[in-house]
Design a binder for this molecule. Sequence first.
Ligand code: CUA
Length: 180
Amino acid sequence: MAPRIQRLDHHTMEKYENIWFGIAVVMSVLLAVAVFASFLSGTIPRIEDEGGGGHHLEGVKNGRINSRNFAGTPFATPGLVDNKDGTYSAFVVARAFAFDPPVLKVPAGKPVTFYLTSADVLHGYYVEKTNVNATVVPGQVASFTTTFRSPGPLNIVCDEYCGVGHHNMLNKIIVEAPQP
Ligand code: CUA
């Protein structure tokens, strides 16, 4: 005996259609409210300061930089800068497939503020044996401050896949003992 299939008449089907349509409308409204509420409460990520830490960098506006031309910015001459107040700034450019400078020498026990940017695609900046791990985005400046405690060499590894040479994108930080 074939199972009895319950057929809905036209009127009942329309009723169900209207119910599901109503549910879809309610969900759309809730989504719109959630998006609008998060917009108002500022949970959308925004870049608001001058490239991190409230520092002002030449040629960098709101953390943004022209990734094709570093002229007039500190990234034109990457490397360590002694701020003459016991702190240091390190400017690093990532490009496929190396970091510039290839070897960054930093003093042990002094706060170093890093400014990182990319000349081409997305890269990562991970320093082994530390909690330093930043994403390097073209057109933006990433910034953080850290102090290296013990002297010695540390490998910098790109940990964002960036192309065929990604696995070779490996440079060094050399932490130097303070000069007596
Ligand atoms: Cu640069 Cu992976």
